[in-house]
Design a protein around this ligand. Structure first.
Ligand SMILES: Nc1ncnc2c1ncn2[C@@H]1O[C@H](COP(=O)(O)OP(=O)(O)OP(=O)(O)O)[C@@H](O)[C@H]1O
Length: 252
């Protein structure tokens, strides 16, 4: 589904990603961990097409198409969802209207008819139930005055409504409490299916107790320096990152 080859990216002339290689197949959940400043959020942002980052080499192929030349909206329409670390507030636009526009833009891109109000509401009610989203939040302006946990739930709800093929969750610095961890985990698990995949970027080993990943990767100095099964996250929790750093330095 997703094939990242020798991906390099810079910000303000500084190279942050120094040759990332990663294969994600449908049905899989991949966790990306690593010390502070290793490039995790940069990777998530580059995959989502955020413009501050300059891609200086490599390729990212999603469902057979190179996405690096696509605008973020096109990537979304192709089925990639990035839950932003700090979701934006849009005063005056309700969550539900925002989502209706987003869903219908994606349908248009795919050559499908837009959903009418009744069809959309029916779908939204089902999804809201799935992620225990409170009705009153849907009618409030997008993210305005939402607590951290409410924003998080809203983000996961957006993901449920948009039904992405690939969800990229960046939870490196989002201050998740136990409830928010559960919200994220339940959302991801409820969307787990053989046709979809998830990449979860996180510092929280605990999150991986709830979202059990198929693979764990450690990013360090802009490269994936170690990959392993879910047990690798436990080993990291116990031993920290120093042993991995030492291994990398020893190899040069
Ligand atoms: N806008 C920016 N301007 C300059 N440097 C940046 C910018 N954004 C990121 N960087 C640098 O890129 C490097 C990687 O940052 P990134 O946020 O991707 O790391 P991370 O692995 O997600 O870190 P953390 O675990 O601390 O969230 C850091 O050294 C950071 O200072």
């Amino acid at each position: 589904m997703l094939s990242i080859n020798d991906l390099r990216a810079s910000i303000e002339g500084k190279e942050i990603l120094k040759g990332i290689n990663l294969e994600v197949k449908s049905g899989e959940v991949h966790a990306i961990m690593g010390p502070n400043g290793s490039g995790k959020s940069t990777l998530a942002s580059v995959l989502a097409g955020r413009e501050e980052y300059e891609v200086t080499g490599g390729s990212v192929v999603f469902d057979g198409k190179d996405i690096l030349d696509m605008a973020p909206e096109e990537r979304a329409a192709e089925g990639i969802f990035l839950a932003f670390q700090y979701p934006v507030e849009i005063p005056g636009v309700t969550t539900i209207n925002f989502l209706k526009t987003a869903v219908n833009e994606i349908r248009k891109y795919r050559g499908e008819n837009p959903l009418d109000a009744a069809q959309f509401l029916k779908m939204v009610r089902e999804k809201a139930k799935l992620v225990s989203m409170n009705d009153s939040l849907l009618k409030r302006a997008l993210n305005e005055g939402f607590s951290g946990g409410e924003k998080k739930r809203n983000e996961i709800f957006q993901m449920a409504v948009l039904e992405p093929k690939l969800a990229i969750l960046d939870e490196t610095d989002s201050g998740l409490d136990i409830d928010a961890l559960r919200i994220v985990a339940e959302g991801v698990n409820s969307l787990r299916s053989p046709e979809r995949a998830t990449i979860v970027v996180t510092h929280y080993q605990r999150l991986l107790d709830y979202i059990v990943p198929d693979y764990v990767h450690v990013l360090y100095k802009g490269r994936i320096v170690k990959s392993g099964p879910k047990e690798l996250a436990l080993e990291l929790e116990e031993k920290g990152y120093d042993w991995i750093k030492a291994e990398v330095e020893a190899v040069g």
